[in-house]
Ligand binder design. Structure first.
Ligand SMILES: [Mg+2]
Length: 186
């Protein structure tokens, strides 16, 4: 079996952060309003401590939804590939609260993806250490390391990456789980 490593945030789950930020700020931001991958940059600097407090008292996965088709497709992929989930969990603006994030991620995966062996959840910071046959991630920066096939999962922050840039990085863009199925399960 080929080893397949799949990212979690913005690939399996989505919109948790933006909904949480909107509740905290009383705003109606969309993900597209964030100018970078770090949606936390929407938080005014002078409210950062308060935001960290709010974040650590809530579970971002209570605000998130599962990306359409993720569950069904992962269940099928799990039959055909040696499937791992690899997710970064250190909260950039407050590393000290990251233990809770790790716990929330683990519980979310256990509950919603019971068909994946929990031994195959990888909690990591530097994804360059990963080696797989196939990787799926929404972050071009995290889609580094060894793999024969790298699928860049379309997200708000990578939409502007051009065909040329994709080619240079050896990425194949996938717009959703249906396209993943077409490539990996045909
Ligand atoms: Mg991600």
């Amino acid at each position: 079996m080929e080893k397949l490593i799949v990212d979690m945030d913005d690939v399996i789950t989505e919109k948790g952060f933006i909904r949480m930020i909107n509740e905290f700020l009383g705003t109606n931001y969309t993900q597209e309003d964030a100018e970078s991958y770090y949606i936390n940059d929407l938080i005014p600097k002078d409210r950062m401590d308060e935001w960290v407090e709010f974040y650590s008292n809530n579970n971002v996965y209570d605000y998130a939804n599962i990306v359409e088709g993720a569950k069904e497709t992962l269940e099928k992929l799990n039959e055909k590939y040696d499937l791992f989930i690899a997710t970064a969990y250190v909260f950039r603006d407050a590393p000290q609260v990251s233990g809770k994030t790790l716990n929330d991620k683990y519980n979310f995966l256990i509950k919603n993806f019971p068909f994946i062996d929990p031994h195959k959840f990888i909690f990591i910071s530097n994804k360059e250490l990963l080696e797989a046959d196939i990787r799926i991630d929404d972050s071009p920066k995290k889609l580094i390391g060894k793999a024969r096939l790298k699928l860049l999962f379309t997200a708000y922050h990578n939409k502007n990456m051009t065909e040329e840039e994709l080619k240079e990085s050896n990425f194949v863009r996938v717009n959703g789980w249906k396209e993943v199925e077409e490539i990996l399960l045909k």
